[in-house]
Structure formats: structure tokens, C-alpha cells
Design a protein around this ligand. Structure first.
Ligand code: NI
Length: 221
């Protein structure tokens, strides 16, 4: 399953969230606190305390936007979006190759997301590298854009060499655990929605949506 990249927040919302989380200076802590045993060895960043009021408010904003986006919904079939946190990496910081824990206290990780909150010109390095079979995909998006990728992938954050990288990361527990099943459902739904947009409703399309819904019910948990 390929990662999905998508614009999520408008400029004003990005600025508001960025200013709110950066202003809360005392709530930033060492990122190793929340890493699993294997990941802690390669993790080097700062994270906003999840229990802080700032983090709770900003996380809720991000979750609401993700949940109301039709493309992200169709791609990830979310049961719950969880573990949302804000992370910063300055010069010399990054996050080596690792795989996210399958089960977290907040839920199962089927998909991971990174929402970029810094303009890409404001820092160097800091790409998210997602390993594929033969090489890796480097992702560095404009502020307000999100990448959603299967949590089954090995991934890393390149060391930042100038400026500072601010992101919001989190996980999606999907109704569909299998990447393969989810990919098939996404293709079917995307095709049916495109037909609907182009030709409007029809009884034939009703049958396709019916089959999609029933397949989702059968495969999902
Ligand atoms: Ni990770």
C-alpha cells in the first residue's frame, strides 16, 4: 500500500496551531519517554506533553479534520485516531529507522500519519523516509499537508541540519487491519465515487455501493 499525501489544514489553522504549541515552552519533553524499547535507541526529538491543555486542544483539532476528510476516511477506514502528539526536531535531531509498536495504550496502529507544520523552506533535512521493498520514499510536505502510511513500514526521520521541524504525528486504528484488503476497498470506493461525481446517481451505482458496504461489513472488525 502506497502512502497517501493530502492537504489537510488551511494556512490560518496551521499558523494558529504552530503558535499555540510553540508558546507552551514548559510542556516540551524528551521524546524517548514515549518510545518503545527498540525505538528509544534511535529517537532524538522533543515532544509536547500529551497531558498538557495545549496538546489536548491542538490534537482534537487535528483529529476532527482527519475524521471529516472524505479521502482520508476512504483510504484509512478509521475506527479511532489515537496517540496524537506534537514533535520537534532541531539541528542534529532526527529519528533512526524503526517500526512503530503494533499495540499502544491508546489502540492498535494500522496506519501512521505525519502532519507537517513547518514550511519546508524553514529547515533542512527532516524528511520522513518510508522504506519500500527496494528503496525508500522521502516525504517532506508543505505546512498543513499530511502523509498517511501503513504502520507496518520501517521508517525514519532524517537528521535536521538547519532550522527546526515541527510535526504532528499519530496513529489510525482501522476497521480493516489488512493493508491488502484496505487497498482493494479504497480502489472500489474511489471508482464508485468518481462515477457518482461524473454521472450522478443510478441504480447500477447503487449496486456497487451496496457491494462495497457489504464487503466492508464482512472484512471489518
Ligand atoms: Ni515511527
Amino acid at each position: 500500500m502506497d502512502p497517501l499525501t493530502h492537504p489537510l489544514l488551511d494556512e490560518a489553522t496551521v499558523r494558529q496551531i504552530r503558535e499555540a504549541v510553540l508558546a507552551d515552552e514548559t510542556s516540551w519533553q524528551d521524546g524517548r519517554k514515549s518510545a518503545g524499547y527498540q525505538a528509544a535507541k534511535v529517537k532524538n526529538n522533543l515532544q509536547l506533553d500529551r497531558k498538557s491543555k495545549t496538546a489536548k486542544q491542538a490534537s482534537q483539532q487535528v483529529i476532527e479534520r482527519l475524521e471529516s476528510d472524505p479521502l482520508i476516511k476512504s483510504f484509512s477506514l478509521p475506527r479511532q485516531i489515537h496517540g496524537v502528539m506534537f514533535s520537534r526536531a532541531g539541528i542534529g535531531q532526527g529519528y533512526g529507522m524503526h517500526v512503530d509498536n503494533a499495540y499502544m495504550s491508546s489502540g492498535r496502529s494500522d496506519l501512521s500519519f505525519t502532519l507537517f507544520l513547518s514550511e519546508p523552506e524553514s529547515y533542512e533535512g527532516g524528511s520522513l523516509c518510508i522504506q519500500t521493498v527496494q528503496d525508500s520514499k522521502h516525504v517532506k510536505l508543505p505546512a498543513g499537508h499530511v502523509v498517511v502510511y501503513p504502520s507496518t513500514s520501517l521508517h525514519a526521520v532524517e537528521t535536521v541540519t538547519a532550522g527546526e521541524r515541527l510535526v504532528c504525528v499519530g496513529w489510525i486504528q482501522s476497521h480493516i487491519c489488512s493493508n491488502e484488503d484496505r487497498t482493494i476497498l479504497f480502489g472500489l470506493n474511489a471508482g464508485a465515487r468518481a462515477l457518482l461525481a461524473e454521472h450522478g446517481r443510478s441504480s447500477e451505482l447503487d449496486l456497487i455501493f451496496q457491494a462495497y458496504t457489504n464487503l466492508l461489513r464482512r472484512l471489518g472488525d
